[in-house]
Design a protein around this ligand. Structure first.
Ligand code: PLP
Length: 390
């Protein structure tokens, strides 16, 4: 996906196309930076929520973010390979992850257990003895997912402090995560905040002085200033997804597909696999070369629409792997015209939120599910922001 994103925009094949408007990322980053006194870590995991990790990272850093966050070490190394020198934190790795490569590239590592600490220490000694690796201890603040359980936290803090005194690591951060921050009335938020405060006290009592203390992601950044601490980790919000429904963010993706062919059918004509739809009247049908392999969830059958010739028009029949059929009614549409699958919504086209509703999912899954063969064109925020090739 990175390779595709880095292709020059001179490719002319006329298939489905995803346009990424980085000025939306820039505006959203500025909004988040204005909503907090904390530093903004731009979370660009999953290829920057499908928007291009390096492009989103560079844009966010130019508009108020000061560091980057990703899940895996590979994602972090990919940012380095694209020339990004800002601090990068990778927070979810198995015990045999390439810690040595991460430390050599100056990647910060989240450490959720003693075993993970030992793995990092082993690699650190071998790869960069002169430069202690930067780690963030990760506490489970109530999701029973990633991070150390509270019962294991004091011992993890003490072990990390011993390694720090031995000059093997630098504990620069402590992190937690909130599971219900989009609903501020949920008591799980207060529990998570309390547990995090407790975790910081324990770390302090162990002699640690973590300068980056981070708990909030998009929702908590927008709704709960008590969770901000020194740093907020914002991912979805940078690409225009607001799980709280409170904040006008800008959406940056437009997905289009050309009409390959148009046909007239009589009443009773059956469309697609399983004859999932039968024309009740004579009608015209347009074929688009885009399907579930490109990110159009099959579960949207019977609900999904596209914008074509200025009007919303329904997809009919099953969504195939590579193609969908649009019902035009009696309207004329020519092969070569462009259908908008989703966009910011300004021209009446469906939005990512519409697709999420039709599929019974959240916007995050729609934007991270765009297939690799969709051509990506990046609109920079301004000419000097044009990506540099790796
Ligand atoms: C994905 C993720 C984030 C970003 O969350 P958003 O709600 O998308 O801002 C922050 N922290 C962790 C640990 C994550 O996994």
């Amino acid at each position: 996906m990175t390779v595709l994103a880095a292709l020059p925009a001179t490719r002319t094949d006329g298939g489905p196309r995803l346009e990424v408007d980085l000025s939306a990322v820039a505006a959203n980053t500025r909004l988040f930076a204005s909503r907090t006194d904390a530093d903004v870590m731009a979370v660009v995991k999953a290829d920057g929520f499908g928007h291009g990790a390096a492009d989103v990272a560079r844009t966010a850093l130019a508009h108020g973010a000061t560091s980057l966050g990703v899940t895996s070490i590979d994602e972090a190394l990919d940012l380095r390979a694209h020339g990004l020198r800002a601090p990068v934190l990778s927070w979810l790795n198995p015990l045999d992850a390439p810690y040595a490569a991460a430390l050599a590239a100056g990647v910060d590592l989240a450490v959720p257990s003693r075993d993970h600490l030992d793995a990092v220490l082993r690699c650190g000694r071998a790869s960069a003895p002169e430069r202690p690796g930067r780690i963030h201890l990760h506490l489970d603040t109530g999701m029973a997912r990633d991070g150390a359980e509270p019962s294991a936290w004091p011992a993890l803090c003490r072990a990390a402090r011993r390694a720090e005194r031995a000059g093997l690591v630098q504990v620069v951060g402590v992190m937690g995560h909130l599971g219900c921050a989009d609903d501020p009335s949920d008591e799980c938020n207060a529990l998570g905040r309390r547990r995090f405060a407790w975790g910081l006290e324990v770390a302090r009592a162990a002699g640690l002085r973590p300068v980056q203390r981070h708990l909030a992601a998009t929702s908590a950044t927008l709704l709960d200033v008590r969770s901000h601490h020194t740093t907020v980790r914002v991912g979805a919000g940078l690409v225009g997804i607001d799980p709280t429904g409170t904040t006008p963010l800008r959406r940056g993706l437009t997905l289009t597909a050309p009409v390959v062919s148009v046909r007239r059918v009589r009443a009773g004509a059956a469309v697609g696999y399983g004859h999932g739809w039968t024309a009740p009247f004579a009608t015209r049908l347009a074929l688009l070369p885009i399907g579930y392999a490109d990110g159009l969830a099959r579960a949207t059958e019977g609900r999904a629409e596209v914008l074509l010739r200025g009007r919303r028009r329904p997809l009919v029949g099953r969504i195939s792997m590579d193609q969908v059929v649009v019902d035009l009614g009696s309207d004329e549409v020519q092969p070569g015209e462009t259908a908008t699958v989703f966009g910011p919504g300004d021209a009446g086209e469906p939005t990512v939120a519409d697709w999420a509703t039709w599929a019974g999912t959240i916007e995050h899954e729609v934007v991270t599910g765009i297939g690799a063969r969709v051509r990506r064109d990046v609109l920079p925020t301004h000419p000097s922001a044009v990506r540099s090739l790796p």
